[in-house]
Design a protein around this ligand. Structure first.
Ligand code: AMP
Length: 116
């Protein structure tokens, strides 16, 4: 069950601030408060859903495409396409997810350490 009081829901309702990179009808991108790389952006859909699996399962195609197109837009805006980046989405306990609103981490700006 989606928790409407999670921190990203509060950011979407502008109850707490964020350092915004991009916002459009379907999505919001902002700097992670505890960056793990020189560039560490979080991208969230405005659609309330817990994780990647739920987003893909429940959101309609237009919402899905709009969100991932916005990820591409941000990659272009940050000028990290050529140098490279890593996109991560944690889910659940084993995935190490802290905030239960689907989000992607976009890590870039330096060589990201190997995990997989
Ligand atoms: P995850 O572990 O995938 O759920 O990642 C949650 C991320 O949200 C972590 O990298 C946190 O540093 C980040 N975070 C938590 N609160 C905030 C906030 N208020 N503004 C920006 N980033 C946040």
């Amino acid at each position: 069950m989606y928790d409407h009081d999670n921190i990203f829901a509060k950011i979407l309702r502008e109850e707490i601030p964020c350092n915004k990179v991009h916002e459009d009808e379907h999505s919001l991108f902002f700097h992670d408060i505890n960056p793990q790389a020189k560039i560490h952006i979080l991208g969230i859909p405005k659609f309330p859903c817990i994780d990647y699996y739920e987003f893909i399962s429940v959101a309609d195609e237009k919402t899905l495409i709009a969100f991932f197109n916005s990820v591409n837009y941000v990659i272009q805006k940050l000028d990290i396409k050529k140098s490279g980046f890593r996109i991560i989405s944690n889910s659940g306990e084993h995935g190490g997810q802290e905030v239960p609103h689907f989000h992607v981490h976009i890590l870039a700006g330096e060589k990201i350490g190997s995990l997989v």
